[in-house]
Structures are given as C-alpha cells and as structure tokens.
Design a protein around this ligand. Sequence first.
Ligand code: UD1
Length: 352
Amino acid sequence: MKKILVTGGSGYIGSHTLVDLIENGFEVISADNNSRSAIGMLEGVEKITGTKVKNYKVDLCNFDETRAIFEENDTIAGIIHFAAYKAVGESVEKPLLYFHNNMGSLINILRCIEEFKIPNFVFSSSCTVYGNPDEIPVTEQTPRKDAESPYGLTKQMGEQMIEAFAATNKITNSVLLRYFNPAGAHPSSLIGELPIDRPQNLTPVITQTAIGKIPALTVFGNDYPTRDGSCVRDFIHVCDLAHAHTLALGFLLQKKNTNNCEVFNLGSGDGITVLESIKAFEESTGMKLNYSIGNRRPGDVIAIYANNDKAKNELGWSPQYTVKDIMTSAWKWEQYIQHQPTHLDLRAHRLN
Ligand code: UD1
C-alpha cells in the first residue's frame, strides 16, 4: 500500500479525498492543526471507511514540526497539499495572514519534498488563477490574468513556485489541480463543508438560507452580460473532485506525465448561472428559497467554466454528479449538522 500524506485532511476537500484514497487502496496520514476545520471531520472519514486515520496536529508554517512528520514516516510515496486559508474576503482584509500561511506552509512542504526525496506532489490550486478570462471555457493554456484577491495571488504564486521548483528538481513530479466551484457533500452526510462564521460561498449560503440560519440570500448582481444577468460558475461535486486526486496520484505513480509539472482543470465543463443554481436547489429539494437581487460583489468574475478535456483524456476522470446531486447532498448535510450536537460542539474547537 502506498502511503500518502494529506495536508488539511480535516478540511472540506481534504476529508473527501481521504475517503476516496482509502477506498482505492492507499494508506493515508493527515497533517491538520484544525485552525480552520473541525476535529470531527476525521471521525466522519473513519466512520465512512472503517479505517483509523493518523493526524499530525502541526502548524505547517513551523518547519521543525513539519519535518518531524517526514522523520517519522520514511516511506511517503506522495503528498496532496490542501492546507491553506481560502476566504476571499478575509484575504482582502488580512493579506499578510494569507501570504504567511499559504506561502509559508508550501515552502516548508517543498523543503521537505526536496530533503526527503518525495517523488509525487499534488497541489490544490483554483480557477481563480485565470482572473477574469478573455474567453470561456478556459483551458489549461488560458493565461493567468491579474489575481482578484490576495487569496487568488497565493494560488498563482504557489503554482509559480512549484513550476520553478520543478525546473531544477528532477526527482519530484507535480500536478497542479485547478478547482472550479466545489460544492455538495458526501452521500453519507458524515462529512461536508463547515464554513467559518457566515458563509461566503453560494451553496452554503443557499442551504443556510433554506434552514433559516440566514434570513435571505442576496444574488450579487443581475445586470451582467450573461443569459439571465447573474454570474456564471462551474459547480463540481466534492466527491468528483476528491476522486480526481486519487486519479492524479495514479497518473504520477504510473509515470504517465509528459512534464514534471502538469496542470489540470477540474470542473464539470458546464457553466450555470447563480439564478439557475437557486432554481436547481428549489427543484431538487422542493423548498422555496427567500432571495432578492442585490448589488454586484466587488472582485467577482463575470463568467467562468472549465474545458476539462485534459483531465478526462489523461487522468480518465469523468464527473458523476449533477448540479441537482450537489444541491440534494448539500441540503442533507445542512440538516445533518443542524441535528448533530457533536458536530456543532466540534465547531467550537476551532482555534480562530
Ligand atoms: C471563490 C474564488 C475561488 C475559490 C472559492 C472558494 C475567486 C474569483 N474565486 O469562488 O477561487 O476557490 O471562492 O472560496 O476568487 N453569490 C451570490 N450570493 C451569495 C454568495 C455568492 O450571488 O450570497 C454568487 C457570487 O457573486 C458568484 C457565485 O455566487 O457569482 C459563486 O460565488 P462563490 O461561491 O463565493 O464562489 P466564487 O467567488 O466563484
């Protein structure tokens, strides 16, 4: 069994990826200090898979603590690096926090990769690196435009750091995975997205509005040049996204890569508008959502969706879940956390 280190294993995409890796025969270890995630997410992973997961509660910005993980595990076949801050609005308020955390942890991981000669590396990137693209759908060749936020900048800088590292490091092969809009939850409802404070992303705002935690949803603008005036996004089910990581590791382990740093778009390939997403939620759950049209949100790109041909052709990836599946599973998860005191308690364990 190949041993994979997953950083940010208690996070939203990290926890779903742990499940997919275990289900596909990998041995996993996690590194997560739970600064932005609930300890209970690993319990969910263990319940789903029936497998105990060892977590190192380390701050990856601390080099010695990070290095100790590699000292203790001398057979790590690959790393998937999720651990990062990801709130766009917060990054605008506190750019240095984002630069310190997201770049500091990545540098320490790369130093360990070099020292311990780790052969395979998968980095969580984002479609945010495209900025406001001139043409959609975007392919992996679409140029990176100016980042819209310090968060977006950390993803662009992360990609560029790994590319520069790959240019001189001949031992490690890397994959950069550019996620579009991850949404939904595991069908078991044992793991899902746990937003910090008031959610910013559309799907948790939809489900929290439906359950009454948020009084009403505001659609940020209906005067964009799109088919109904609201922004266009590419929602991808978190389980589809998780499976792409397993496939990306397999791709690297089987040395199918042409370059030692490869990039893949991970989106469904379909753009849907914000208003269409709300309709999909209403149709799949039978709930009526209280929403109104508001002003545009600063920093939003007008429309973006993926050309995912490369991931389909080279990784053999094919997304299984529809937007309705996304909405149904997100709604089941919202109801589950509402009625699970343990999960609610675990929210209080967060450091900040
Ligand atoms: C942003 C980032 C993306 C990141 C993701 C996760 C950018 C350009 N994109 O995606 O890289 O991975 O966050 O944090 O930085 N909306 C509403 N009302 C709401 C909430 C959202 O109308 O209450 C609309 C937004 O205006 C947007 C769409 O829904 O058009 C999706 O928004 P959101 O879920 O926040 O994701 P992005 O901004 O696309």
